[in-house]
Design a protein around this ligand. Sequence first.
Ligand SMILES: [Zn+2]
Length: 345
Amino acid sequence: MNLFELTKALMNIPSVSGEEEAVGFWLRDHLESLGWTVKLQAVSKNQNNVITYLNDTPRVWLSTHMDTVPPFIPPNEDDEKIYGRGSCDAKGIIAAQITAAEQLRKEGIEDIGLLYTVEEERASTGAKVANNHPIAAKCEYLINGEPTDNDLAIGSKGTFRLNIKTSGKAAHSAYPEQGDSAIEKLLDILEDVRHTKFPDDDFFGETTVNIGTIGGGTALNVIPPQAGAGIAIRLTTKRQPIEDALRSVVRDRGEIEVLSCSEPVRMLEVDGFKQKVVRFTTDIPYLTNWGQPLLLGPGSILVAHTKDEFVLKRDLEKAVGLYVNLIKKFLATENTEITEITEKT
Ligand SMILES: [Zn+2]
């Protein structure tokens, strides 16, 4: 099965987060038929990570996720592009990685593993479970795939997700002085959040805030006793200074409920690759036991998660070559050509 057929075969199996079982089984059967050792790692009752390798202790692993955002959009193609859900995020990437691994194998290189996770698009639950797998201990380099336009991402922003909740006192809306509006409190807080300049970072760039959800109240003629807003902050610093700044904005007017946090991550720099910082978060912060992380993949994050998702066929082909080169470089060198960037002070 060639690169494009493999991409479309994976895309044809719907795998919205939570429903990855079928695509995992398909990958298992496909890789077993090629001669790989395949293990399914249970994450929930019907979700499994796929962990596959040629020898027992591979030093370099390729990885990405099997789940997609909704809705399922079946594959379509023309001469230049493959369209549909998962084309770039991330089934085209899986296909490019398998193709690269098979190419290396034909050249006698078998020190490679493939890790495919579930649930990346929600809470990286698959990656969190994969992090406990004993085979990770022997992994030296983890090349994670997400759409980076085939550039090497040397940094990715973190994500800090939280709710701000306010409470007040219900009353008849004709007698507002009898009540206390939770919505008005929330609006005041959100207005202050919008005008807060959070700390940035020279390397990672700007810290940005999205007020993504808002809700509250019970009826038009009732002073609202409860309100809340959901916020995602793209972190370029550690969480603490941002959380401190936010708490000093909210003060005692509301409550902050932290939902999740992944801090920004710096990844390996490699000579000869175009390098950049990406704004999105990946499985990488949760795969800390899997060696030195790298991030590279075909396709554009700007079309991922949209109804117009596509990947350029030539980008898929180029990615195969890039993965092959990276792996050869890591397996050939004893860390001499690779400079690990040091944490800034
Ligand atoms: Zn993705």
